[in-house]
Design a protein around this ligand. Sequence first.
Ligand code: SF4
Length: 290
Amino acid sequence: MISVEAARATSTTSATSATSATSRTGNDKGAGRESASLVEVFASAQGEGPEVGRTTVFVRFGGCDLRCRWCDSPGTWRPTPGYRIETSAGSESFEEFENPVDLSWLIDRIDTLAPTPSTWISLTGGEPLLQPEAISFVAKGLSALGRRSYLETHGLHADALASCVEDIDLISMDWKFASDVQMGPSVVAPPGEDFHDAHERFLRVAQRAGSVYVKAVLTPSTTADEIDAMIDRIERVSRDIPVVLQPVTPNAGVKEMPGSQRLLALLARVETRLTDVRLIPQTHPIYGVL
Ligand code: SF4
């Protein structure tokens, strides 16, 4: 049986061995330097959360130790041999490379793709905190260039976050519900385990970042008990932490979102105890961008 933190170490190790086997030409940059397993880099508009609609460069790292039923990026679950980088912002034309990526080189490419100094740089996945040293290196490098980093995480690896939290400007922390989310195949969770304890630990560390908000995806399976358990834990940290309730975007894993009355009832339920709560669906699927 493997704990959540041990799972992080296991996944990181497998990511390293998987990627070093594919490192040859095109990315010998990675050898002996700061490197990581990457999936893709592209510019788009942020599709969710309080910064919705703002131009954002997404830096998608490889590997995830969870399996969410609604996941729209299963291609990130395992480290990939290669990665792709958009050639110019919004072009949807990509150059392809082999992993691992050299992080100093990556920071320069990100800087080229970001059109303005205020553009957010999303460090996402997969689960980016499976590679915390890479996140710290990239966030520090971006900060030195005057860029703002936005960490999008499943919110379970508090120790990994502690190693890089001061380098992050904004954290989007998921609150996962066991009705829809399981640990990945390399992790055996104890029967009946939920994620609330790990999330509370993570949230306490996340408060040391520039700012943090919690995002909870609502599906027809989400229960009132799960919502109440989330509220209890957030309230113990601070009732002023912003919370975004995000109706699931239907896909192959979850066919429909909760009904409108159910969504408004859940919004009211959270608002009675926390001060900054919003119901915001994903927007990028509406206009069909990455
Ligand atoms: S944590 Fe993110 S990448 Fe991992 S399965 Fe869930 S939605 Fe997908």
